[in-house]
Design a protein around this ligand. Structure first.
Ligand SMILES: [Zn+2]
Length: 249
């Protein structure tokens, strides 16, 4: 049986002499693994449209045990990402996050829309990478059942104080009056940073990437979001470490 859908290639690997296996984040079927047969011999358009970070119109054959891409036509290729190793490595982290959390066998439009928009802004270089990264981390976790409670202080219900303290293991925060030093890791946030962290999970999708912060608040937001991602996932993804390595070289 063959079906048509749109999808973003989030991972690829070679299989044997000339076949490739690709992980596709599709609109209608969520994340799926599909073979691209004899990719080197296929028309270059189809082969090109099944490469990493390509968003394509796809025709996919569903066999008994495997999916096979029978036709692919590019809708959007984020060429600019290949010219910037930092942006590219961040894009690969976004792909690894999607590969871990997007559902299989059910529609995943929210994940796809999140990734496509993030890659669009990342490729244009119009938004600070730290903001894009925090927004993607928090949003993808919220979509995947890791929704933190950022409405108010977990102890007294205070909405906002000058400093707040976000606890990634609990997914909640304490205001400056309730916070006491403890061995549990937490992130100190300014008013701007906690407001931005709230924005990443509560804002309408259309406004998700539309915010700006002072450099100090931006750094606090980035640390808190990454801390929450690592804590929720339970380990540091390789692509995350690679991104940091690139940033510091
Ligand atoms: Zn409090």
């Amino acid at each position: 049986m063959q079906f048509a859908t749109q999808g973003l290639i989030v991972r690829e690997s070679s299989v044997g002499e000339s076949d490739r296996l690709v992980w596709i984040l599709t609109k209608d079927e969520g994340l799926l693994r599909a073979f691209v047969r004899k990719a080197k011999e296929m028309k270059s358009r189809t082969a090109g449209a099944t490469q990493l970070l390509c968003y394509s119109d796809l025709k996919i054959y569903r066999g008994k045990e495997r999916y096979i891409v029978s036709e692919a036509k590019p809708i959007k290729v984020f060429f600019e990402l290949y010219e910037d190793i930092t942006a590219l490595s961040l894009a690969q982290y976004f792909c690894e996050l999607a590969g871990k959390f997007a559902p299989e066998g059910t529609p995943a439009e929210a994940y796809l829309r999140l990734l496509l928009n993030a890659l669009f802004y990342l490729s244009r270089g119009e938004r600070p990478q730290a903001l894009l990264k925090a927004a993607v981390e928090m949003r993808i976790l919220a979509l995947s059942g890791f929704m933190p409670d950022l409405v108010a202080c977990a102890q007294c219900g205070e909405y906002l104080t000058d400093r707040t303290y976000f606890y990634p293991q609990k997914g909640s925060f304490l205001c400056e009056n309730c916070h006491r030093p403890s061995p549990e890791p937490c992130y100190e946030l300014s008013r701007g940073a906690i407001s931005a962290l709230r924005h990443t999970i509560y804002a309408d999708f259309e406004k998700l990437f539309a915010f700006s912060l002072s450099p100090q608040s931006e750094a606090e937001l980035a640390a808190a979001a990454e801390g929450y991602a690592v804590s929720s996932i339970g380990y540091r993804m390789k692509t995350l470490d690679f991104y940091h390595k690139i940033l510091t070289t």
